[in-house]
Every structure is written in structure tokens, then in C-alpha cells.
Design a protein around this ligand. Structure first.
Ligand code: FAD
Length: 476
């Protein structure tokens, strides 16, 4: 797909006619929050930030952009971790912020759906569902600022994938503005709809490169009526895998979370977050956060106790604590959810978001940890994440006291090492964060020529002038 030519000068005027000058940001300091991402890894640049207030305005903007071949970078809550939402060309690129499309259009408790515009913050969807006596399961560390459009565009995962699937599995319908500025109203509420190609799933996960999502119909579920949450101290990932399968056998679909973290991760949280405490008297090499939930009144605590006492008797787990109240459950979850944030306080961290088949996770962790420790003596591996999904955030913190920049200079080298081992284990180099700009060149290595050519054909068909998020996802 050819790179768009420079935006001509009257494009900005036409954009202003469409959405009003007051909804266009051009001042450098006001643009700054839209141009830096959460990890501070990319410093962006843009000609302006566009903030349309309706689907029709998005469509009109894109018609102008298409006509003038103007690059448009869609942006939601700017919490993406692969730089997909960042614009880089200060002369040509416009950021299209969806934040003013923030209406919940309908909550339908009988049909178990919620219809929301793209800019609605994820937490608001969860709250609106709860107010209607329903449950929206998508849950991420960034849920207070990410937007539902961004969640769908990046097919976000999070902590509830085990039972409910990724963002893709939670969407019934979409409204999308195409690169040419047409509005596709696909806001269907149908569970079954075998009518031709699945356009909805083409746009979901396309990271703003194929269309702009402006609204979605999402699935709701019965509000959980019973819940049991436990933190388990455990010897090894092997023991954790056995515990996972025992819990699955005992609780079936009621096993809704199975997360893991190493001791060093808990240490980071205890060191950097006031008010946290070690739930156990003695340290353990690993911890598992396990949750059972049910939509009917149930005695889940008994099920949890029987899973844990069985594992305890066979010596598979070292210790466990079951939350006795919602507040206790939240403080256990806090330990897990704070992990992304606390690594910042330990200097440079080289990140990986990878997946391997669930059963291969223990062997993978052993192999990759040994190699990284051999190559980077004194670096601290901090693998944590969604064990039940085979997804680990295999992060590597710098040696204590080492210069941060020197360590981060080895980012590509360490990525190549880790991704090589992931590939040997039949895994994926991007489990849930996507490709964006960070992993774009990897696509040439991990995808076959056939797969890449099919992807390029889709891009050409839907965005013939290559104006949507140029330079993202597909390799150059
Ligand atoms: C603390 C923290 C924890 C996180 N935890 C998880 C996790 O557990 N699981 C997980 O999967 N991710 C996680 N993430 C990353 C995750 O991808 C985002 O938080 C979220 O899904 C992105 O939503 P956003 O609105 O911020 O999108 P942005 O960051 O603004 O955009 C992400 C991508 O989507 C595109 N986009 C955004 N909105 C639209 C739209 N309306 N139409 C078309 N394209 C659009 C952008 O161009 C970009 O390519 C985490 C991030 C942080 C900071």
C-alpha cells in the first residue's frame, strides 16, 4: 500500500468546517498527551488532533481525508502497548480521537446487550451493566481509561478471557466508518448470522488500519451471584499447571480466572505501593490468583476449599488464602493488577507479550528464563499473566543499579532471543497487545508469504489509498 502524499493546506480548513475549530487541537502542549504513550516508548508528532462528536462527523472527516490522501491515526484511550495509536509525522498525520463519541445508546437487559459508542470508557460499560443487574466481563489494568472502540480495534484480552473470551467474543455487532467515509451499520444483536463474509471480525483486531469503529453491540451476562477468590503460594509453574487442571475439573466453567506471578513481582508491589502487604507469613517462588464465579447462588467457597485442600494434601501448593469479603478479594486482585505499573519503578524493563500452548508453559518458562539469564547476567525476569490462557508477559527488569539506557539498548536483541524460543514452542509473539508499530517488522518473519499477501489484499480493498494508520501492522 503506497504511503499517502502530504496533506495539502486546505485539508485543515475542511476538517474545521466539518467539526468546528474548537474540536481541533493544534497547540503543541495541548497535543502532547495524545502523542506520548503509557510506557513512554514512543514520542509522536501530528499536524493536529481531530475530535469529532458523531459518527456522521467521523464519516465526513474520512471522506475529506480519502480525497486528499491524508493519513489518519485513530485513537481511543491511548493505553495501547505497541504504539498503534501514535502518530509520527508532524507535517502529515492527524490523530482522530474518538473520545467525544461517548454515549451509551442502549442497555437491553432482556436481550443481554449494551450498545455503546466507541469512546465510552470500559469501566463505564462495566458499571452500566451492573446497574442493569448484568455483567460485562472484559477487564484490564487500563479499564479506567481505555475505550471500548480501542478494546475492539486491538481485540483486548485481560483477566476474564479464560471464561468469556477476548473482546472479539464479546461483540455482536459494529458500526464502522470506512476509509472512504461510508458508514457501515452492522449494529446487529444476533447470535446467529451466517450471511456472507464476517466483516465484523475483520475490523475487530485490525488496530485502526481497516476502518474506524464508531459503536458496538456488546454481550452482557448474568451478574455473578457467588464468587470465591484465592491466592495460592506455589513451588513451580509445573505445580501451577496441575492445579489449573484440577480446578478446571472441579469447577468447569465456574473457573473464571487463573493468573500467576513470581515472588519478585510481589516484592515489586510490596516495595512500591503503600498499603499493600504480603498475604503469607513465608515467601513462595510463585503465586496463583484463582477465581470461581457463578450466576446462581452457590457454595463456591466449598468448591474452592476442596480444590485447595486436595492440592495441599498432595504437597502441590505451599499455602493459600481465600478472600472472606469483597474487600479482601479486591486486595488480592490489586497485587496482580498493579504488576504492569510497578515495574516502572525498577528501571528499564524489556517487554514481551507472548503465548504458548497451555501445557507447554512450564517448559517454556524454564527454557526462556535460562537463556535470558545466561545472556543478561543479573537481569531480573518477571514473568506474569494469564496462565489459564497460555499467555505470559515475559518482562525482564534491568540489573539493580545498571544504567537504564544501556539496558534498554538491548531491547531488540532480547526480543529476538525470547521470540525465537516462543516460535520453537509453537507460540505467538503477540498474545493480546497486537502488532502496532512495535512488532510490525516481526510480521515478515512470523507470517508466510501467502498470509501476508492475503492481509495486504484486504488492506488494499478496504483502504485503497492507505490513509488509515499507515505504517502499522503490515511490514514495509
Ligand atoms: C496498565 C495497562 C494494562 C493493560 N492490560 C492489558 C491486558 O490485560 N490485556 C490486553 O489485551 N491489553 C492490555 N493493555 C493494552 C490494551 O490494548 C489497551 O489497554 C486497550 O485495549 C486499548 O484501548 P485504548 O482505547 O486505549 O486504545 P488505543 O491505545 O487508543 O488504541 C489501540 C489501537 O486501536 C486503534 N483504535 C483505537 N480506537 C479505535 C477505533 N475506535 N476504531 C479503530 N481503531 C481504533 C488505534 O489506532 C491503535 O492501533 C493494557 C494497557 C495498560 C496501560
Amino acid at each position: 500500500v503506497p504511503k499517502p502524499v502530504a496533506a495539502n493546506d486546505d485539508v485543515l480548513e475542511q476538517f474545521a468546517d466539518t467539526i468546528g475549530r474548537e474540536h481541533i487541537i493544534t497547540d503543541a502542549s495541548d497535543m502532547a498527551p495524545f502523542l506520548v504513550e503509557w510506557r513512554d516508548r514512543y514520542q509522536g508528532a501530528a499536524r493536529a488532533i481531530l475530535k469529532p462528536g458523531s459518527t456522521e462527523e467521523v464519516a465526513a472527516l474520512l471522506r475529506t481525508a480519502h480525497k486528499h490522501r491524508t493519513p489518519i491515526v485513530p485513537q481511543g484511550g491511548n493505553t495501547g502497548l505497541v504504539g498503534g495509536q501514535i502518530a509520527f509525522d508532524g507535517n502529515e498525520d492527524f490523530v482522530l480521537s474518538l473520545s467525544r463519541l461517548n454515549t451509551i445508546r442502549e442497555v437491553d437487559p432482556q436481550g443481554n446487550t449494551i450498545t455503546a459508542e466507541a469512546g465510552v470508557i470500559l469501566q463505564r460499560i462495566q458499571d452500566a451493566a451492573a446497574e442493569a443487574g448484568r455483567f460485562f466481563p472484559l477487564s484490564l489494568g487500563s479499564e479506567g481509561s481505555c475505550q471500548v472502540g480501542g478494546n475492539l480495534a486491538s481485540n483486548a484480552g485481560g483477566t476474564a478471557v479464560l471464561a468469556y473470551g477476548s473482546a472479539r467474543d464479546l461483540a455482536l455487532g459494529l458500526e464502522v466508518v470506512t476509509a472512504k467515509g461510508q458508514i457501515w451499520d452492522g449494529l446487529r444483536k444476533l447470535k446467529k448470522d451466517n450471511t456472507g463474509y464476517d466483516l465484523k471480525n475483520l475490523f475487530i483486531g485490525s488496530e485502526g488500519t481497516l476502518g474506524v469503529i464508531t459503536a458496538a453491540v456488546l454481550k452482557l451476562f448474568p451478574a455473578p451471584r457467588a464468587k470465591a477468590t484465592a491466592l495460592v503460594g506455589i513451588e513451580s509453574p509445573e505445580a501451577a499447571l496441575i492445579l489449573f487442571n484440577q480446578a478446571l475439573e472441579a469447577a468447569g466453567p465456574q473457573l473464571t480466572a487463573f493468573e500467576f506471578l513470581p515472588r519478585i513481582g510481589l516484592d515489586f508491589v510490596l516495595t512500591h505501593v503503600a498499603g499493600t502487604r504480603d498475604p503469607f507469613a513465608d515467601p513462595h517462588p510463585w503465586y496463583v490468583l484463582m477465581e470461581l464465579t457463578s450466576g446462581i447462588e452457590d457454595t463456591l467457597e466449598n468448591v474452592m476449599e476442596s480444590i485447595l485442600s486436595g492440592a495441599f494434601e498432595t504437597g502441590r501448593i505451599g499455602d493459600a488464602t481465600i478472600a472472606r469479603s469483597e474487600a479482601e478479594a479486591q486486595s488480592l486482585w490489586r497485587i496482580r493488577l498493579l504488576l504492569s505499573e510497578v515495574q516502572k519503578h525498577e528501571g528499564g524493563s524489556i517487554k514481551h507479550d507472548v503465548s504458548v500452548p497451555v501445557a507447554a508453559m512450564p517448559a517454556f518458562l524454564r527454557a526462556v528464563t535460562a537463556e535470558v539469564e545466561r545472556r543478561l547476567p543479573k537481569a531480573r525476569v518477571v514473568p506474569f499473566g494469564h496462565l489459564g490462557d497460555g499467555n505470559v508477559h515475559f518482562n525482564v527488569s534491568q540489573p539493580v543499579g545498571a544504567p537504564k539506557e544501556d539496558f534498554l539498548d538491548r531491547w531488540e536483541e532480547v526480543n529476538a532471543l525470547v521470540h525465537g524460543i516462543v516460535t520453537e514452542f509453537g507460540g505467538s509473539v503477540s498474545a493480546e497487545h497486537g502488532i502496532g508499530v512495535m512488532k510490525r517488522e516481526l510480521m515478515g518473519e512470523i507470517k508466510s508469504d501467502v498470509e501476508l499477501e492475503l492481509m495486504r489484499s484486504v488492506k488494499r480493498a478496504l483502504d485503497p489509498r492507505g490513509i488509515l494508520n499507515p505504517g502499522k501492522v503490515l511490514p514495509g
